[in-house]
Design a protein around this ligand. Sequence first.
Ligand code: SF4
Length: 529
Amino acid sequence: MNERDSEQVARMFVEGGYTLTGEEQEADAILVNTCSVRDQAEQKALGKMGMMGKYREKRSHVVYGFMGCMAQSRGEELFDRIPHLDLVVGTQKYHRVFDYVDGILRQRMEGRMDEVGAEMTSLRVEEELTKGRFVDRGEEEGSQNTIRDHVASGTRQASAFVSIMQGCNMRCSFCIVPDTRGKERGRPITEVVEEVKRLAGQGTREVTLLGQIVNLYGRTEFARVDGKSPFVQLLEAVHEVDGIERIRFTSPHPIGYRADLVKAFTYLPKLCSHIHFPMQSGSDRILKAMRRPYRNEKFVAICESMKAARPDLAITTDLNVGFPTETEEDFQATVDCVKLLQFDNSFIFRYSKRKDTPAAEMEGQLPERVKEERNQELLRLQSEIAMRKNGALIGTRQEVLCAGPSKTNKARLSGRTPQHKIVIFDGDAERMTGEIFEVDIEDSTGFTLYGTACLEEAVALGIPTVFALTTTPAFFERIGFSQAAVSSFPRKVWHECFRCPKYARCDEIAVSIDLRDRQSLDPHGQPLP
Ligand code: SF4
């Protein structure tokens, strides 16, 4: 979610004429989007911002700002921690960050208040900006409708996040989100669908619908229709969008995970076979202490019904170990449930106190040593399960959406299966990014699969021709093969031809690829630039 919010702010700057830089020392504005889920994340953000203060020595105009959850929860006190800080902007004000930073920068660069933009004047923040320290973390009606269109127009992003709601009405005793993100507020279905259509128009193939408690989307604003929750209605509407081939959502809560959502996985094929479904603990006593209003039995039953609805479903989860008063028996209940449900992967958190949460004040805080031991035991168990599950995929063929060069090895490509497993393979980034094709899996770790894109196999088989990326008769005539002849190629090769990565970009024009030398040709056989 923070990633999506950061992208939205970055987009506003780009559209406002700024350039993004990867070099901190070149930046005119340095903004850190903060998370409050764990204390460690806050300390890291504070440390990073502290370090970056040195750039002001040489460039006095640089604007420093905190955004997001820590900004929301700590507010003014951040100025005491970070003396060079200029701006603190809360979670309902991301859409205002550009105006604030731009206003401060203009003042500093030009030294003239009359240059401050009209928006700034209407926001009545001149006085605070003049002091150089400005905080905006108030509630803003309709702010959920400002969390949109974070992907810059003209940018092709294979997979994109779409925020559908803000806030959370639950009150888990370890979580600060209800304080930092406010009450649940959903965007209208039509607005979400319009955003998804715009993304599809830019070439996005996969959307992930985001919300703190995503399956409860719209429960306070929109009506159930034909027994379907607003969330299922939204899934159906997004499913209708041409060009979108995969739909994900995160994170659902066991409360409100009803039969209509389970059933949606049986008739909405674009829904990916993966859910990230936070369990937190396998002990009912601890769930109660966490103020998670469900029993483990219900969580297991939902997982089982989901697996029945989608047999190739992968389930990942969040687990919280070492919660106050957690006994060995409670912990073993979590271990047993992990063994039972065989999660594909888990984010395992060692409980740490979060300021201003009820759990931080509870009796029975556990020693760090106990938390660490339990954390390690669960990590070992989860790692064994993930290694075994991924190992079982060696020798299979998996559908992959290529996201582009791998983050850890730019020479290779990376993509995800519908089960959200990362796959690494070789290929042409320009041609394959944003396309869906199959990869033969040859190796694995607990986190990653490695394989060969099936397109490569067609080359290896030495099919000496140009393959059709369109099925118009004129095209077959030009390439010198009849449609029947192409159809008679080994099924595997034929299949690859028509799933070639260029296919989706092929409008009405017959474009082809010569698999021998990877050349793209126009309808007249001339290489495309
Ligand atoms: S459901 Fe619980 S853990 Fe999730 S955001 Fe809401 S309060 Fe936090």
